[in-house]
Design a protein around this ligand. Structure first.
Ligand SMILES: [Zn+2]
Length: 463
């Protein structure tokens, strides 16, 4: 009896001790990762090149081609096991000449800054002039029905300011931008203009994708975004009613060209012990054609590249195969993410973890995880390792649009969760430029990603 008790005590202490040693080894390793990223990191330098030398890179554009070529060469320099391009068919939309808009009334013309939404058709050559109907939601248009006929529908539903996570506020309002034109077009409206998707009140219009869905060709109407301050001004004019009669004019020459080819840029370090278990880290290489796509998603791209560089530089030989994927065309219908997942399915590859960074290069606050209960309780044990780095969010839910198609019952998808308060100040605008990204914040994000990837690599999942 005494002997059994003694063995019990010894086993208890030794397992506890080994768990403690593991934690110590992990915290030392994570410290090294942060130190390297913050003192000798490459992400900021890469972002500088991608934004200033390559510039914006909408799917199918010259910039997109240059970005693919640049990323491949940079990954090749890292000495990975292999680097390759995966062909992806992408849509090809071009903005055309700079858009024009103004308000026309008996008091004269007042110019408004406007940007076509991605995927929209052009206005007639001479532009479009019509009365405006203001709504706050798609539902309001359905209720108005034929009353919008011949008019420009003005979607003025703001991103709700009371939501703490701005991505939730975006989710609550963005339906107007995506489906506004198709809903208004069905009831005979001639155009749709949308309040920009931001909580900031300023003069900068935000573009973004829109869809016509399956409506008839003759129901398709041109659509564009105006800034939040223009939207507030327009709304005030409408409030004046008969005292202030006016019409809205806009002109755009954008068009949809035939689909073309782009590529996912992929690099990997083959795993030492379990090469068939794949861990992906990525962001999307394409961006909107305004600004430089610095936060969206240049930051995620260079942070993902940095994760593999950190492993190489610190001589961490991964047990599992570590793969960076720079996805093609996220902005215009996710063709990169879809192509990657279907190729993985065809090759019967086993993706155990996928991490995406596509929420801007701001101060990292933690991660959001989409996984089962068992994996989540394993992950929660790692939370304390991130306390010294001020990462507190280990929330359920999240991942990223590009990695979404990789979801399986027993794998883990996760997204880096940076502070989201300023992301929509820049999102899809000409102000999303390199200067708006803070070097330290960007590097802290890359280190956080590398650290959690290190843990997933060490321990795998479903244990
Ligand atoms: Zn993005």
């Amino acid at each position: 009896m005494k002997k059994i008790l003694l063995i019990g005590i010894i086993t208890f202490f030794s397992t506890n001790l080994s768990a403690q040693t593991e934690t110590n080894i992990d915290s030392v390793k994570i410290r090294k990762i942060y130190t390297e990223a913050l003192t000798n990191g490459r992400s900021y330098q890469w972002l500088n090149y991608l934004t200033k030398k390559v510039g914006h890179r909408l799917a199918g554009s010259e910039g997109d081609k240059n970005a693919v070529a640049w990323a491949k060469v940079e990954l090749e320099k890292l000495g990975l096991t292999k680097v390759w391009l995966q062909p992806v068919t992408v849509p090809h939309w071009v903005r055309g000449e700079k858009e024009e808009a103004h308000i026309e009334s008996e008091f004269g013309k007042f110019n408004i800054d406007i940007r076509a939404l991605g995927g929209s058709i052009a206005t007639p050559k001479g532009g479009l002039l019509a009365e405006v109907v203001e709504v706050k939601s798609l539902k309001e248009v359905e209720e108005l029905g034929d009353k919008v006929k011949g008019k420009i529908v003005f979607y003025n539903g703001a991103m709700p300011a009371d939501k703490i996570e701005t991505f939730r506020a975006y989710g609550a309002a963005v339906g107007q931008r995506v489906n506004g034109a198709s809903v208004a077009g069905k009831f005979g409206a001639v155009g749709a203009i949308v309040r920009s998707m931001t909580t900031k009140i300023d003069n900068v219009p935000h573009t973004g994708t829109m869809r016509y869905g399956d409506i008839d060709e003759n129901q398709k109407i041109p659509t564009a975004a105006i800034s939040t301050s223009s939207a507030d001004m327009l709304s005030k004019l409408i409030e004046q009613g008969d005292k202030m009669k006016f019409k809205f004019y806009f002109k755009q020459s954008c068009k949809n060209l035939p689909d073309t080819q782009s590529f996912n840029v992929i690099g990997e370090i083959e795993g030492l012990n379990y090469p068939n278990e794949i861990i992906v880290v990525g962001g999307h290489l394409d961006s909107w054609d305004l600004g430089e796509g610095a936060h969206d998603d240049g930051s995620g791209v260079v942070q993902s590249m940095e994760v593999l560089r950190l492993f190489k530089e610190l001589k961490i030989k991964p047990k599992r195969t570590l793969r960076v994927v720079l996805f093609a065309n996220e902005e215009f219908g996710l063709s990169g993410g879809t192509a990657y997942a279907s190729a993985a399915e065809n090759k019967k590859e086993k993706h155990i973890v996928a991490l995406e960074s596509d929420s801007g290069g701001f101060t990292p606050r933690g991660f959001g995880f989409t996984c089962n209960d068992k994996n989540y309780s394993q992950i929660l044990k790692w939370k304390q390792l991130f306390e010294p780095y001020n990462l507190h969010i280990f929330a359920r839910g999240g991942g990223g649009a590009d990695i979404g198609p990789l979801k399986k019952d027993d794998n883990v998808l996760l997204g880096l969760r940076p502070d989201s308060q300023r992301y929509f100040d820049y999102h899809h605008t000409e102000t999303d430029v390199f200067e708006m990204v803070n070097k330290r914040e960007l590097e802290l994000g890359a280190a956080s990603m590398a650290s959690i990837i290190y843990l997933f690599d060490q321990y795998g999942i479903n244990n």
